[in-house]
Design a protein around this ligand. Structure first.
Ligand SMILES: [Zn+2]
Length: 339
């Protein structure tokens, strides 16, 4: 088959590779229904994270099981499944505690920007639906695999409550999903920080009640004004840069909580500021597996449409253009159609 290989910065190729096969008895092979490009794929694409040789790209996936290893018990060929970008056994102490992204056997999914993919730890990673979903459901189910799961975790980690006030820092795909999550969790006020009109529009669709276009000290001042000088009890940091973390700290009220899911690049903390700030923080790669059954149900019931975050759809063979469009910020997130 052909699959997506990143050879180096800016060099994505759709080229021949060997077909994935069962390597361990706990593996499954799936035929992708659709796949997509993650904001985090842009770090190596831009040469901002180290890469040792050509890399099989893609960690967001949903599709139909075609083969399982001898030890796999919970999924079988013919079933539609969604999995997390973090592979997990779902049985170790960290999984049992809800932190599947710290699974003792855990690893990260790769090779999903392809027609077929191998999913290790299939029993602990994949969740099957009772029936085959309609084609219209596929983008929404795909979004659950990482981007929605990550936004959801940001809101969960930030302890979003019914009736609460939430600030979402970052209007990328994950930030927009954070807005959706906070709204679903019953927040009364969801303030999205965004300066791009199409993203502001999408944030409103996902449940933002206020938009703040200002950044830095001005952005903090604007949010203080909106919250009567108090700040927000829940803040979702969905970028990972020093400026965005500062923004998050600046608008979180004492006793409030920051959920941070942007992979940190150059973020440092001042211990004295942390001490006097009195804010809780929880972040990291999202334990999406914990949320999968609930989020898949919400999608299947039509309660949420996270797939609206895909604003560019291309055939998988044109994956290189998908990366380029996201890199140049012409697209928020690219869905790749698998023929
Ligand atoms: Zn585990």
């Amino acid at each position: 088959m052909k699959a997506t290989i990143l050879h180096g910065p800016g060099d994505v190729r759709y080229e021949s590779v060997s077909d994935p096969k069962i390597e361990k008895p706990t593996d499954a092979i799936i035929k992708l229904s659709a796949t997509c490009i993650c904001g985090s794929d842009l770090w190596p694409y831009r040469g901002l994270s180290k890469q040792d040789g050509p890399a099989h790209m893609g960690h967001e996936y949903c599709g139909v099981v075609v083969e399982v290893g001898a030890a796999v018990k919970t999924v079988k060929p013919g079933q539609f499944v969604v999995g997390s970008f973090c592979l997990s056994d779902n049985t170790c102490p960290h999984c049992a505690f809800g932190f599947h992204s710290s699974c003792a056997q855990g690893e990260f999914m790769t090779g999903a920007q392809a027609p077929y993919a191998r999913v290790p730890l299939a029993d602990g990673t994949l969740v099957a639906t009772a029936e085959m979903p309609d084609a219209a459901m596929i983008p929404h189910m795909l979004a659950v695999s990482d981007v929605l799961g990550t936004g959801w975790y940001a809101a969960d980690a930030a302890q979003v409550r019914k009736g609460g006030t939430v600030v979402v820092v970052g209007d990328g795909a994950v930030g927009l999903m954070g807005v959706l999550a906070a709204s679903q969790m019953g927040a009364e006020r969801v303030i999205a920080m965004s300066r791009h009109a199409p993203r502001q529009q999408l944030a409103r669709e996902f449940g933002a009640t206020d938009i703040v276009a200002e950044r830095g000290a001005e952005g903090i001042a604007r949010i203080m004004e909106l919250t009567d000088g108090v700040g927000a009890e829940s803040v979702l940091e969905c970028v990972g840069l020093a400026e965005s973390m500062e923004q998050a700290m600046g608008v979180c009220r004492p006793g409030g909580t920051i959920g941070y899911v942007g992979l940190p690049h150059g973020v440092n903390f001042d211990s004295e500021k942390l001490f006097y700030g009195q804010r809780r923080m929880l972040g990291g790669p999202a334990p999406v597996r914990r949320f999968l059954p609930d989020l898949m149900d919400r999608v299947l019931q039509g309660a949420i449409q996270p797939g609206k975050v895909f604003d560019l759809t291309l055939p998988l063979a044109e994956v290189a253009e998908g990366y380029k469009a996201m890199d140049e910020r012409r697209a928020i997130k690219t869905l790749l159609r698998v023929e």
